[in-house]
Write a protein that binds this ligand. Structure first.
Ligand code: PHB
Length: 391
């Protein structure tokens, strides 16, 4: 006779088995590490919303595998990023790491990805050399040389002869300064001064006074996503706009997430970048509408698209491997992959694992009462020039 007790025990046992503490073979866990708090929190918020929207639109099952997205906050501390990467792989059995809001954070995870043979999808950080730090890194954001060199080309053709550069003093800023200045000077332009400001709590005001005295045609600026509003405010407060000094840069300074806060002082700024919420394509119109709907009207910026495309990359790779989520299989599938992003056509360079994409030159204008980066020129299929120069 089977007692009621043993039936109950068997049912409980089955329930425990059915709810494993660790991911089983049918679950692919994606560990997303982002700054969700602190000064870079807007990056975390946008990246996460982009990744979640992709899952919402495409379902949480791919090639027979259930997708589980686990988001962790590193608060922009590299030691925390590294520990979280280890824990996500060791405890949560993450098959993919994703995110990385700043260059030092992407670098901190690189040795962990290499040792575990787990893909590290960099959806935010943008210093060119990052992809060289692990054969498991693939990038869906951009590189600073990719945006800065076209900005210099445009400046040379549009009557800008003398420039002062101002950049955040770390990897992407150094890249932006070098690739803007070298390209500009090679084409006959003059860089009067190269100014670097601290990444943390930057005060641009004293530097901007100096720039005013240099009287350049334009200031070229790179600050990471989130800092543009502070820069713009001080640019106007110091009267640089009234002195007739143009504002040019990579699109990070006129970030779509901040444009409304920056206000009319952003009008006329010309930047080069890979994404604008105003990009005119059916894919982007659908993306922006769905993103705003899912996020209380929040406008997506380039970080949101980085997260969305990071997820697109993983989904397509899993389709291609027929659900094999081992690192080497995913990497092989990702190399050379191409798709239509909200930003335009993109592909993963099989040699460098960096994204190849259009770079657009844009100007801040008002459309129906709101500020946008309005694209007016396209440089198609730009590869990271830093790596192109080495190959
Ligand atoms: C970076 O740290 O690599 C970084 C962060 C924000 C940006 C661009 C680059 O907008």
């Amino acid at each position: 006779m089977i007692s009621r007790f043993s039936l109950l025990a068997a049912a409980l046992g089955a329930a425990l088995l059915a709810a494993p503490a660790r991911a089983d073979d049918n679950t692919v866990t994606i560990g997303m590490i982002l700054p969700m708090t602190g000064p870079q929190a807007s990056t975390g918020k946008q990246e996460r919303a982009g990744a979640e929207l992709y899952i919402q639109q495409h379902g949480d099952t791919v090639a027979g595998k259930k997708i589980a997205l686990v988001v962790k906050d590193d608060a922009s501390a590299a030691d925390v990023t590294k520990r979280l990467a280890e824990e996500l792989i060791g405890n949560d059995h993450a098959a993919v790491l994703m995110g990385f809001g700043l260059t030092p954070l992407a670098l901190a995870a690189a040795p962990v990805a290499t040792e575990a043979k787990v893909p590290e999808i960099v959806t935010a950080a943008a210093t060119a050399m990052i992809t060289e730090k692990s054969p498991y890194i693939v990038r869906t954001s951009f590189t600073l040389p990719q945006a800065s060199a076209p900005m210099a080309e445009w400046s040379l053709k549009n009557g800008i002869k003398k420039v002062v550069t101002i950049v955040a003093d770390y990897g992407p800023g150094v890249d932006a300064e070098k690739w803007f200045s070298d390209t500009f000077e090679k084409g006959g332009g003059t860089v009067a001064e190269k100014i670097r400001v601290p990444l943390k709590n930057p005060d641009f005001a004293p530097f901007l006074q100096r720039v005013k005295d240099d009287a350049p045609d334009a200031v070229f600026v790179f600050v990471p996503s989130g800092q543009g509003a502070v820069f713009m405010k001080e640019f106007v407060e110091r009267g640089l706009d009234k002195a007739g000094i143009k504002l040019i840069g990579t699109g990070d300074v006129t970030d779509d997430d901040l444009l409304a806060d920056i206000g009319d002082s952003a009008l006329g700024a010309v930047t080069a970048h890979h994404y604008s919420a105003d990009h005119d394509s059916p894919e982007n119109k659908a993306f922006v509408a769905a993103f705003e709907k899912a996020n209380n009207g929040m406008r997506p910026n380039f970080m949101a698209v980085g997260g969305y495309d990071g997820m697109a990359l993983v989904y397509q790779a899993l389709e291609k491997t027929k659900g094999d989520a081992s690192g080497d299989a995913l990497l092989a599938a990702m190399k050379g992959m191409s798709w239509m992003s909200p930003r335009g056509p993109v592909s993963i360079d099989p040699e460098t694992r960096d994204i190849v994409q259009n770079i657009y030159v844009r100007k801040v204008e008002k459309k129906d009462g709101a500020l946008y980066n309005v694209e007016f020129a396209t440089i198609p299929d730009v590869k990271d020039p830093y790596k192109a120069a080495k190959h």
